[in-house]
Design a binder for this molecule. Structure first.
Ligand code: NAD
Length: 484
């Protein structure tokens, strides 16, 4: 098989196999073909990976930040040089069009490695002067062994968004990719080794939820960073709490996008397209509840439908194709179920709704109008190409309905009224807000959710706080006064 890796896991600097683990078939979503066959990690492989990470971490943390950063920056360069090959793997693993993977996966992974590689040398504590010449200094310390657990929509990016800040701070990592997309994290491990990372610093173990759970509960682990759904997040957060482990939770969303009647309509339509149909809608921060002010509703829908009709659906390896299949048959069926619910609840189907003929897991980009707040398609995360358009009249109403959800990952507003844009951003209960754009996630900016959408932030200097802790050292220059 063309995409078969040398072995399932990457532990202590080498590929490792243990065929006693449950089989994992890697399927190309565009055809349904099995392109690789891997095994879930057995307890022995998990133990080996955690032991290797524990052994590597101390010496790595003793290097200077500049030395650690150099390895990450070299890895970024290698990743960019191999962007094409990595994108081909990512397209086969996820089904995302090569048009997307070429610009959004290995490239954003490389951005994270470069950014945190650059920061590593300037990670310091602080000096705090006190009365009488006493002072405190703080030391920024690594946490130890970190576990990363990934979702299937951006496998390379997720591995790098977790590994880069973790390693920059002096931690080591055991990463478990999603069982649906296990291939590219192995390439990240190879690249880090080639860039000079010591063996055991970044390990990859494959597996289903039970492998993830075994990692989360192991006493050698200091921190768990999960990208996944809210139900998984609750389980992982609770399991980590038993040992007071640090956590970062990047979870699901049902984000609002509010389009006022003074918005640049073409920009708003572009935002709605990017925020619903990029990666066939399998993006956590998608603005799937599009609130459109009543006066422009029909004009908005008309332009939207005309633009969406121009999507080129098909073979993801064709550079002209802009819309690929769902990641798996299971995900396609889940999304089809939601489409049926939208129709049954009386939403107006503007376009799409059907599966394409053939073996691949292709679903048409689907737009519902006249959606109301109580409908299931307006409340639950669908994680597929289904946009709900809802009407509103006033700013106050839009904001309160936008916030009426348990999720709080992202939110967007399109308007040409500057004050209103900032009022809305201030009022949104969401970790990441957009004004007159949608779904950007540059490494320089914090990314993460509020409410049920998560805890902690990835990217930017904020991520450093989630992969290190502060030790306070009090220094007396004046002797010790005791009462007796
Ligand atoms: P999922 O929750 O089913 O699985 C995520 C990962 O957790 C997988 O690797 C899985 O094997 C593992 N896992 C499952 N049960 C576990 C357990 N008990 N203990 C430890 N690990 C366990 O999510 P998914 O279907 O792979 O991904 C889609 C979800 O991810 C969506 O909800 C999406 O919004 C979310 N997501 C969030 C972000 C973000 O940054 N906020 C980014 C991408 C995806």
């Amino acid at each position: 098989m063309k995409f078969q890796p040398r072995a399932s896991h990457f532990v202590n600097g080498v590929y490792v196999e243990d065929s006693a683990g449950a089989e994992i078939d890697v399927i190309y979503p565009a055809t349904g073909d099995v392109i690789a066959r891997l095994h879930s990690a057995t307890p022995a492989v998990i133990d080996q990976a955690l032991e290797a990470a524990r052994a590597a971490q101390k010496a790595w943390a003793r290097l200077s930040g500049t030395e650690r950063g150099r390895v990450l920056r070299r890895a970024a360069d290698i990743m960019r040089e191999r962007n094409h090959d990595l994108s081909v793997i990512e397209t086969h693993d996820t089904g995302k069009p090569i048009q997307e993977t070429t610009v959004a996966d290995a490239t954003s992974g490389a951005d994270a490695l470069e950014y945190f590689g650059g920061l590593a040398g300037s990670l310091t504590g602080e000096h705090i002067p006190l009365a009488g010449g006493d002072f405190v200094y703080t030391i920024r310390e690594a946490l130890g062994v970190c576990v990363g657990i990934g979702a299937w929509n951006y496998p390379t990016q997720i591995a790098c968004w977790k590994a880069a800040p973790a390693l920059a701070c002096g931690n080591s990592m055991v990463f478990k990719p999603s069982e649906t997309t296990p291939l590219s994290a192995l390439k990240v491990a190879e690249i880090l080794m080639e860039a000079g990372a010591p063996k055991g610093l970044f390990n990859v173990v494959q597996g289903y939820g039970d492998a993830g759970a075994a990692l989360v509960t192991d006493p050698r682990v200091a921190k768990v960073s999960l990208t996944g759904s809210v139900p998984t997040g609750k389980k992982v957060y609770a399991a980590a709490a038993a040992d007071m482990k640090h956590v970062s939770m990047e979870l699901g969303g049902k984000s609002p996008m509010v389009v006022f009647d003074d918005a640049d309509l073409d920009n708003a339509v572009s935002g709605a397209i990017l925020g619903n149909f990029y990666s066939s809608g399998q993006v956590c921060s998608n603005g799937t509840r599009v609130f459109v002010q009543r006066g422009i509703k029909e004009a908005f829908l008309e332009r939207l439908a005309a633009r969406v009709a121009m999507a080129k659906i098909g073979d993801p390896m064709d550079p002209e194709v802009s819309f690929g299949p769902m990641v798996s048959e299971a995900q396609m069926k889940t999304v089809q179920g939601y489409i049926d619910m939208g129709i049954a609840d009386g939403a107006r189907l503007i376009c799409g709704g059907k599966k394409l003929e053939g073996a691949g897991y292709f679903l048409e980009p689907t737009i519902f109008a006249d959606v109301t707040d109580g409908m299931t398609i307006a409340r639950e995360e669908i994680f597929g190409p289904v946009m709900s358009v809802l009407d509103f009249d006033t700013e106050e109403e839009a904001l309160s309905r936008a916030n009426a959800t348990e999720f709080g990952l992202a939110a967007g507003v399109f308007t040409s009224d500057l004050n209103r844009a900032h009022r809305m951003a201030a009022g949104f209960e969401a970790g990441t807000c957009y004004i007159n754009t949608y779904n950007l996630a540059p490494v320089e900016a914090p990314f993460g959710g509020a409410k049920m959408s998560g805890i902690g932030r990835e990217n930017s200097k904020s991520a450093i706080n989630h992969y290190s802790e502060t030790k306070t050292v009090y220094v007396s220059m004046n002797g010790v006064e005791a009462p007796y």
